[in-house]
Design a binder for this molecule. Sequence first.
Ligand SMILES: C[S@@+](CC[C@H](N)C(=O)[O-])C[C@H]1O[C@@H](n2cnc3c(N)ncnc32)[C@H](O)[C@@H]1O
Length: 225
Amino acid sequence: MDTEETPASPGSEHRTHTHSGGHRFPAERRHLLKDEERQRWLPPEPILRAAGIAPGAVAVDIGAGTGFWTLPLSQLVGPAGMVYAVDVEPIMLEELGTLVREKQLSNVQVVSSTEQEIPLSNAIAEVAIAGFVVHEPADPAAFVHEIVRLLRPGGRLLVVDWHKKPSEKGPPLEHRLAQREVETALSDAGLTVERLDAPNAEVYVLLGHRAVDDATAYTSGNALP
Ligand SMILES: C[S@@+](CC[C@H](N)C(=O)[O-])C[C@H]1O[C@@H](n2cnc3c(N)ncnc32)[C@H](O)[C@@H]1O
């Protein structure tokens, strides 16, 4: 699976650099996200089940891309649930919108976002999924805060991302976030961190839990709680 081609040199043209200093997955390479081999290397459904996604849940897929997590999420939450599929890239949003219409997924809403502010209400979701996206914005800690704002008390944030170690595929090492860095960002945002089993040696899977009695009034725009 060649989800994100390893570049020949750091800062390669294979990554899109954002104005704010982040690193964006290039939308023109989105076919890699849909590679069938990727489904074997990273089967999404068992990971989502391990995160406790149940029928009727409201889920937010952050950095939904071409819908790798959105489709199984739609199945798992069922007709009584809802999936908000959020992205910043017009091409991804357009492709997702087409997919949702073609598959007549009445429980998926595609949401056009900005890099650091997600246009969804506070405490809207039981679960948020951030698949291979937390390492992309310029300020990952602020981004995590913004995602946590969307969680209800008792809600969970599932993060799947590349280990910061050399691998045949994946983004350049200097664009990755070590598991420890993401764990710190989750706990700084008020979550209790659980490590879930990873399906392969190249990725980590973290589940952050917002406490049931967490009464923090999170605000948008990345103001710290
Ligand atoms: C590497 S792709 C992963 C897509 C999908 N999660 C998957 O695993 O197949 C990262 C996606 O996150 C999106 N993205 C990057 N920064 C974002 C942000 N700040 N908010 C929402 N989406 C973002 C990109 O446009 C891209 O579609």
